[in-house]
Ligand binder design. Sequence first.
Ligand code: ATP
Length: 250
Amino acid sequence: MSAVLSTHGLVARYGDFQALYGVDTELGAGECVALIGANGAGKSTFLRAVMGLLPVAREMVRLDGEPVGGTAPDRMVQKGVAIVPEGRRLFTGMSVEDNLRVAIDQAARAAGKAGARAGGKGGWTLKRVHDLFPILAEKARTPVQSLSGGQQQMVAIGRALLCQPRVLLCDEISLGLAPKVIREIYAALPEIRAAGTAVILVEQDVGLAQSASDRLYCMLEGRVTLAGKSAEISRAQIGEAYFGVGHAVA
Ligand SMILES: Nc1ncnc2c1ncn2[C@@H]1O[C@H](COP(=O)(O)OP(=O)(O)OP(=O)(O)O)[C@@H](O)[C@H]1O
């Protein structure tokens, strides 16, 4: 597999506390990889470390083979990596459309063409985001804080897509949402991948993670304890990797 993104012995710390202990992963072009694991396993830390939100050594993260570890997040966006962060982090007080336009402007600046329409590799435009999540067109003028959690998540995903990513990092996009809304959001994944964007999904719902992904990694206490094709991994294997030997997932 030629990896679009890979990590090599990725180590991350919060001060004296070590949260990741040498994490090796690979993400193929257009692939969807799920990252599962119990609370505190290090999943969000992994995404933060990849995105340049935590200091890591250059060689520990590669994008198309180029060492990019520790590159500032705005530069990572320019290089084609976008994140849907835990908690969404929308610009409250701004409308749905203005939230999305921030990303369009950012992508245009990154492309060095002032005022250019979003025209990066993924070709994501406001219209395509509206096609993906029609409710965002209906609510274009609505302040984001008035939206439901699911609608806010759609804005967060749309905003990330408008950065024209080749790699999309999603942190717990189903958290706190109703099953119907989760299905709507996950239904967008095939189209995102069809646009050539590879996805890393951090997901607490193991069944959802497994069904949505090509491959998965399970983490426990800052280490990868299981890696393989999602369709081939058994619940017993996941149970052991998730909690340590001797446990099972329901
Ligand atoms: N800002 C921080 N400062 C110090 N320690 C942190 C910080 N953020 C996370 N940690 C610690 O790092 C470890 C990994 O946390 P992380 O948030 O990456 O886990 P996670 O797998 O994403 O779990 P969750 O599903 O709860 O978000 C945990 O022990 C957590 O307490």
